[in-house]
Design a protein around this ligand. Structure first.
Ligand code: HEM
Length: 392
């Protein structure tokens, strides 16, 4: 089957890939693209759920080193690009700070005050664009607060995160942002080494296992990943959840009345419209997936966004419904690299959406504004969410 990747940055951002992925799942579950040049390896896209799980769990055959090849120039020594024992050691040094029990304290101290101060700025107006006014700002502020970066600098951090993420397309900008972020963080790291303050930066500089500490390269590599990983992803899923609720009046009423349904709405959104639809691997040996030969050295992209709409696992997969049986999804990946920030993401989404539903009564889409859509190929989120509500 023919499979056309978007040909420009604009087309990547505006793509609607689900119909193409659905066709692939039924006709040709591993899509192969022709190599970009004579020395380039073939590129594969894995579309079905079971195959996706298989690739993500078999780290010896499907290596994560491709992430270092693509992002290493901008992020530095990257946990996402390591395998096996080396990855396990690195991960065990940073994992503690992301445990659900450790994160709970941030909820009252940081997360709820932050969402409430953003809501303070719109509650009296009775109308807002929830993307520009809330979701684009909230997760980046949370991650800055948890790391220990002054909140006043969060816009600067969001800009660096954007440029670092966009490094493969705009190399010079990516490198400049990477260097600027390190230069900014160095004095903060030095200060925490002398006087830890209990923030994540302090925990990272002090973390020690069997006498081993994070090297500086890994410390800055991790910090450069955290901002885009924590901000770009959660903000879009928050927008996608609001989009789903605003387009389903019964579900919005049910969740507003019974906040125990919020986690259900969030998990269903992660399955239906995750923000990161694709994770990358490279084959370390000749192998096959679903009968499709995969030569050693070829790139294997797992489309988690497609796998979570696989009808063999999720009935009526294109429909968002809080009534569907809860079945684990792949939005946070699986296997050794499963998202370290998933408990933080869930906590932010729960607290953020709870505050929005409480403080913006009678929330609805603005009927006179342009109808919002969710768009994008690798990153998906709504372009805008113009809403009305009862001002207070
Ligand atoms: C809804 C929001 C999020 C989504 C959909 C998401 C998705 C993912 C996925 C799919 C992976 C696996 C990548 C792979 O297998 O190659 C991953 C890894 C990772 N995520 Fe998230 N993420 C989210 C939020 C966060 C947050 C809030 C943080 C931290 C602040 C974070 C930090 C990380 C890190 C550090 C890894 C690398 C783990 C490793 O390599 O061992 N993520 N994420």
């Amino acid at each position: 089957m023919s499979y056309d990747l978007p040909s420009s940055e604009k087309a990547w951002n505006e793509a609607q890939p689900y119909a193409m992925w659905e066709r692939a799942r039924s006709e040709c579950p591993v899509i192969q693209l022709d190599p970009m040049g004579p020395d380039s390896p073939p590129i594969h896209f894995v579309t079905r759920y079971d195959d996706a799980v298989h690739v993500l769990r078999d780290w010896e055959t499907f290596s994560s080193s491709v992430n270092t090849d693509v992002m290493g120039a901008y992020m530095g020594e990257l946990i996402l690009g390591l395998n096996g024992e080396e990855h396990r050691q690195y991960r065990s040094l940073v994992a503690h700070t992301f445990r659900a029990s450790v994160l709970e304290r941030w909820d009252q101290e940081l997360v709820r005050p932050l969402i409430n101060s953003l809501l303070d700025q719109i509650v009296r107006i009775g109308r807002a664009n929830l993307v520009a006014d809330i979701t684009a700002q909230y997760p980046v502020q949370v991650i800055c607060g948890i790391v220990g970066v002054p909140l006043d600098d969060h816009m600067q951090f969001a800009a660096w995160a954007d440029d670092i993420n966009g490094g493969p397309m705009h190399h010079d900008r990516g490198v400049a942002a990477s260097q600027a972020m390190r230069a900014y963080l160095e004095p903060l790291v030095a200060a925490r080494r002398v006087e830890p303050t209990g923030d994540l930066l302090s925990e990272l500089v002090l973390a020690e296992i069997d006498g081993e500490r994070l090297s500086d390269e890994r410390l800055y590599g991790f910090l450069r990943l955290l901002l885009p990983a924590g901000a770009e992803t959660t903000f879009r899923v928050m927008g996608n959840t609001l989009f789903a609720l605003l387009n389903d009046a019964d579900a919005l009423a049910a969740v507003t009345a019974d906040r125990d349904l919020l986690p259900v709405a969030i998990e269903e959104t992660l399955r239906w419209e995750t923000s990161v639809t694709m994770v990358s691997r490279v084959a370390t040996r000749d192998t096959e997936i679903a009968g499709c030969p995969i030569p050693s050295g070829s790139s294997v992209n797992v489309l988690t966004g497609s796998a979570d709409r696989d009808a063999s696992r999720f009935g009526d997969p294109n429909t968002w419904s809080i009534d569907r049986p809860q079945t684990p999804h792949l939005a946070f990946g699986t296997g050794p690299h499963q998202c370290l920030g998933m408990h933080l993401a869930r906590l932010e989404l729960r607290s953020g959406l709870d505050a929005i539903l409480t403080r913006l009564p009678n929330l609805r889409l603005d009927p006179d504004a342009e109808v919002p859509i969710i768009e994008g190929f690798a990153f998906r989120g709504p372009n805008a969410l113009p809403v009305l509500f009862d001002a207070s």
